[in-house]
Design a protein around this ligand. Structure first.
Ligand code: ADP
Length: 376
């Protein structure tokens, strides 16, 4: 073949090869963003991977082998775990890496201080064929918090029960030992009755709290507010008279709310009980109901010992008392205000407190007003 022909054939072959290989090359590889080398292109994200991640209601993302995030659910987008398009969270990366290397679903319970709203989570990583890793984060923060609250509550109940139960045991032994002495028997019988009363109150309050936390709105109906405050105040007539404390009731006419009358009476009853218990003889407690900015405001105002500012929010916590010894003397269970708060929030309302040490306290229950003709 003449040299010229060979040149032409060689050129044609080269051009054909270039024509065929260039698209293949650029299909498989591309320049790095820095432009200094070629990197393998990732296969396009298959619909299935996207659907899989998308159908996962919470936090889910799809990563490439090189930890580039190619898909996130709207929720996962808010996690502070990316730098540009790269996943940078070490805990998540480690799990993703394990899933890739083991080619097996990896699952781990992790606690985070840096995942924004997610404090506890179950994280799962799954390798999707040869190109991707699916990462899901199941938020367990609320579950863990609820578990902690339940745990603390049971521990608190144990602690609260231990005191009267131990007292009853000791009194029993003392009674036995002093059975011949009528004065001793009378003394210990009185103590026994006090401790049984405390146990009964604790049981009643625990049941009232459980009911307040799980309010049955099917029992709701139209409730006359004056009836509620009169009944609640009336339950303390004897105790307040014994302590020389005046309890006055005042209400704007015709106020009604939508709710469970018995539960509302119990809530206001707790506020009046505290007002009487933490007030000096000769003072007055005012229980009033008015309409304020469209809401029904039931206020229980006393001239008692008051509550220090840092305690004012904490008194609504279960078993929180500002003064253990005093609360024990007054026969308090430490659950009264927790019952109030739960009952009121179950009625779409709230409870607030204003107080000054040495001057008195005002607890106000705010409830939505029931307008005539409102339906449940
Ligand atoms: P308790 O059964 O101990 O009264 P509560 O939940 O009703 O429990 O109240 C929690 C704590 O809040 C009380 O122990 C007391 O320290 C404080 N407290 C509640 N109401 C008043 C009040 N009217 N005046 C002063 N302190 C109050």
């Amino acid at each position: 073949m003449p040299v010229a022909m060979e040149w032409v054939a060689g050129g044609a072959l080269g051009a054909t090869l270039a024509l065929v290989t260039t698209p293949i090359w650029s299909w498989l590889f591309r320049r790095t963003p820095e432009g200094d080398r070629w990197e393998r292109r990732e296969a396009p994200l298959p619909e299935l991977a996207r659907d899989l991640a998308g159908s996962y209601g919470g936090y889910a993302m799809v990563l490439t082998r090189s930890h580039k995030v190619v898909y996130t659910t709207a929720q996962a987008e808010t996690l502070p775990v990316y730098e540009g398009t790269k996943l940078i969270h070490s805990g998540l990366l480690e799990l993703a890496e394990n899933a890739w290397n083991e080619d097996e679903m990896q699952s781990r319970r992790l606690s985070f201080t840096d995942l924004g709203p997610v404090a506890d989570a179950e994280v799962r990583a799954t390798r999707l064929a040869d190109s991707y890793i699916l990462l899901t984060v199941t938020d367990l923060t609320q579950t863990m918090r609820a578990r902690q609250i339940r745990h603390d509550f049971i521990a608190n109940i144990g602690h609260e029960l231990r005191t009267p139960v131990t007292a009853v045991e000791l009194i029993g032994s003392a009674l036995e030992a002093g059975a011949e002495d009528p004065e001793m028997v009378r003394h210990f019988a009185r103590r026994l009755s006090q401790e049984s009363h405390r146990l009964a109150r604790l049981t009643e309050d625990m049941m009232a709290l459980a009911k307040a936390q799980d309010q049955d709105s099917s029992r709701f109906g139209e409730v006359n507010v004056l009836d509620v405050i009169q009944e609640a105040a009336g339950r303390h007539r004897t105790t307040s008279e014994e302590a020389s404390i005046g309890v006055r009731v005042q209400a704007s006419p015709g106020l009604t709310v939508f709710g469970d009358k018995e539960a509302l009476v119990t809530a206001i009853d707790n506020l009046v009980a505290n007002a009487v218990a933490y007030s000096p003889p000769g003072s007055e407690v005012l229980v009033s109901a008015t309409l304020k900015s469209g809401e029904v405001a039931i206020a229980v105002v006393d001239q008692g010992i008051g509550i220090e500012a840092p305690d004012q929010e904490r008194v609504f916590e279960r078993f929180y008392r500002t003064d253990q010894a005093r609360s024990r003397r007054t026969g308090g269970t430490g659950l009264g205000l927790a019952i109030v708060r739960n009952t009121v929030s179950g009625h779409g309302g709230r409870v607030t407190v204003q107080s000054e040490v040495g001057r008195g306290s005002a607890f106000t229950v705010w409830l939505p007003r029931r307008i005539l003709g409102d339906s449940a």
